[in-house]
Design a protein around this ligand. Structure first.
Ligand SMILES: [Zn+2]
Length: 704
């Protein structure tokens, strides 16, 4: 069960939230801007959309959306929680303690919003069918080949260009301005404040009162939940209107990053076809349905998120990505695949290397054949993710309309993931040229190394050998080197072990989480920047490994909190090693802060009464933390201190490795952009991090 904090984080995008106060500029996969917490002229404040984290490399502040809101608005955790919960439409009253009266009230509000959406939908739809103004919209729909049956089935509509036409209609039906705004159908008309919205109010009539329509001069695509209830709208601009696609803002019904368009109409077909096809646009989905490929859904917005996949996972194990086939789309596809893997990945228990003593054996022999911490497709992915190959430069809807047999063949024969990588990663290489061959091997061997099934792996080695006409054996040698290198550069591999419920128990239960052996295994020097490959694939793999290490980081954090709860005096031994900014978990970070300040104030005993100091949203974490310590054989005295220090050092190390990864990513971006100055700055910061890592490492040896 997701905690309230997780639910809030899933609903609020850190980029969007920070973007409200900091002018952010997209730079590769991250965003940068001027730090709001220290004075600077060139931006060193970065927001990472994928990890939903931010970091300033100038003043070294960082964290998640909670820390940002706390710092920026000067709020206590409790108040930041209340602020973000309200924004996300999440009740912070625990479900159990919420009284039935409030429950009824909340559901009445939701019910009324649904009604509001239904009324708006009918109005938009009537506009499209009957309004004179909608001629351009109707022509556009016709030009995209959407039939009138589809217009009705999908409830397409039109939002005219008057500023308040819909608002006046809905106000006339008894809804309040407040409800229109909460439902994402209108915006407040403001004299001052956000200049962006003032500019867009131009040409609005005077009779609208305090609000104006959110959607204007757009074709409207109603978005429904799995049960077919309208929860929001997508609007495509007619003419040159910007943005081209505008979706409803986040409301209590509309969760932007989890919605799959047409899922209500597709769900039965998905079960029947045992396949879900994901396309990128509303029109792609509508046309696919119109021509009978009804197992098709569209992801709203740009990237596929884990939430999308979670919903499909309940219906099928085969997800076929049919995303934009051009060059930019290929990157998006790759990103989608990563997301898909992440979501499916969690449903199976990864094979822990520690379980059967195999790791000890291989170490004795001095071999490291296992790509520890890396993705193992066949074993870990509980599903088939494949890619639909379409002619370059053509969107799915075009292919369907022009050559349906081509489309249906592609649907029935999607290309396997690794084959897809074979095609895309060698597309721009001359495979007859020695340089091209080397590059192809360099790009594909890491992909092949992700396959854990030996037979399949060998088959792909043969395929690669044939493709670039080189000796198979030399590729096998090269593959072994890649695997070894991964074992060495996958610095988080050791931390990735306690993944999944079974292995948590194994690590936390039978074995203490910090053993002499684990520390030895951890003696991996952080590679100097120059030595390590800086290719994008390498970067992505590292990011991926990092994602997986997230879970284990949280487990170590629970464990440390558990130790501190057991013996608050341990604070004095760990506060020199770690501070609250080093925590990844919003809950563990806040608990650490409270524990520390309670200890500093000298107010004990903590044992039973600690719970009274903390917001109820954190009680679950306390229980979890206590449990993670209880599962372990009891320690006392110096053993406990050593354990706590080890754990803190380990967490600090993970934090530094995260900065390391972020900096490398930013540095490769800066290199590509030819920004010499930034490259030098990042280099300096990297060296500082490496120095800190070495200090931590030698301290860990001392503790051990
Ligand atoms: Zn700063």
């Amino acid at each position: 069960m997701a905690s309230i904090i997780d639910t809030i984080k899933a609903k609020i995008d850190v980029v969007e939230e920070i973007g409200l106060v900091v002018a952010l500029q997209k730079s590769g996969r991250s965003f940068k801007g001027l730090c709001p917490f220290h004075n600077e002229r060139t931006p060193s404040f970065h927001v990472f959309a994928e990890s939903q984290n931010w970091h300033c490399f100038g003043c070294n502040e960082g964290g998640d959306v909670f820390t940002f809101v706390q710092k920026q608005q000067g709020l206590e955790f409790r108040d930041a929680l209340a602020y973000l919960a309200e924004k996300a439409g999440v009740s912070i009253e625990d479900n159990g303690t919420r009284n039935p009266e409030e429950e009824r009230e909340a559901s009445a509000i939701r019910e009324r919003l649904r009604k509001l959406n239904e009324d708006a939908l009918l109005w938009f739809h009537q506009m499209l069918l009957r309004s004179k103004d909608a001629a351009e919209a109707r022509a556009y729909i016709q030009s995209r080949g959407i039939s009138s049956d589809s217009v009705i089935a999908f409830g397409l509509g039109y939002a005219p260009n008057h500023g308040n036409a819909l608002s006046s209609f809905l106000l006339g039906r008894g809804y309040t301005e407040h409800e229109l705004m909460n439902g994402g159908l209108a915006r407040a008309r403001e004299g001052a404040g956000n200049t962006g919205s003032v500019r867009s109010v131009e040409g609005i009539g005077e009779a609208s009162g305090g609000v104006y329509d959110y959607f204007r001069q757009r074709i409207i695509f109603p978005i429904r939940d799995m049960r077919g209830r309208v929860i929001g709208f997508g609007g495509r601009a007619l003419g040159d209107g910007q943005p081209k696609y505008l979706n409803s803002p986040q409301t209590i019904l509309f969760e932007k990053n989890s919605i799959l368009y047409a899922l209500d109409l597709a769900k039965d077909a998905i079960k029947l076809a045992k396949q879900a096809i994901i396309v990128e646009g509303y029109v792609d989905a509508i046309i696919a349905h119109q021509y009978g490929t009804r197992q098709t859904v569209a992801c709203i917005g740009s990237a596929i998120t884990e939430k999308h996949i979670q919903q499909l996972k309940k219906l099928t194990k085969q997800v076929t990505l049919a995303l934009d086939p051009d060059a930019a789309g290929a990157t998006a596809t790759e990103h989608g695949i990563q997301e898909a893997l992440k979501a499916f990945d969690r449903s199976v228990v990864p094979v822990p290397l520690v379980a059967d003593g195999r790791r000890t054996a291989t170490r004795k022999e001095g071999k490291r054949n296992e790509p520890r911490g890396m993705i193992r497709l066949e074993e870990q992915v509980d599903a088939e993710i494949n890619v639909l190959q379409l002619p370059p430069g053509q969107d799915p809807d075009e292919v369907i309309r022009q050559d349906f047999s081509l489309w249906s063949y592609a649907v029935a024969h999607p290309i396997a993931l690794v084959d897809y990588y074979f095609a895309t990663k060698t597309a721009n290489l001359n495979l007859r040229h020695p340089g091209g061959k080397t590059e192809a091997a360099k790009r594909l061997l890491p992909v092949i190394s992700m396959i854990s099934d030996r037979v399949k792996r060998d088959a792909y080695i043969r395929k690669l050998a044939a493709l670039i006409a080189v000796d198979e054996r030399s590729l096998h040698d090269e593959l072994r080197r890649v695997l070894r290198k991964q074992a060495n550069t996958a610095v988080t591999a050791v931390f990735s072990e306690p993944l999944g419920p079974r292995s948590i128990q194994e690590t936390m239960g039978q074995q203490p989480p910090i053993t002499r052996e684990a520390v030895q295994d951890d003696e991996i020097e952080p590679a100097e920047p120059a030595k390590e490959k800086s290719s994008r694939e390498g970067q992505e793999q590292r990011n991926y490994v990092l994602d997986r290490s997230w879970q284990s980081r949280l487990q170590w954090e629970d464990y440390l909190i558990g130790l501190l709860l057991q013996d608050p005096g341990l604070s004095q031994h760990v506060c020199g090693i770690i501070n609250d900014g080093d925590f990844t978990g919003t809950d563990t970070r806040e608990l650490y802060r409270i524990l520390n300040s309670v200890y500093q104030r000298g107010s004990s005993p903590l044992h039973q009464s600690f719970e009274q100091y903390v917001p109820s949203a954190l009680l679950e974490t306390i229980a979890r933390a206590r449990k993670s310590v209880e599962l372990k054989s009891p320690l006392s005295g110096t053993g406990l201190i050593k354990d706590a220090k080890q754990c803190a050092s380990r967490l600090k190390r993970m934090r530094l490795l995260q900065s390391n990864t972020e900096l490398r990513y930013l540095m490769s971006e800066a290199k590509e952009a030819g920004d010499v100055e930034s490259v030098q700055q990042f280099q300096q910061k990297l060296l500082a991090i490496h120095r800190q890592l070495r200090t931590i490492d030698s301290a860990m040896h001392l503790h051990g």
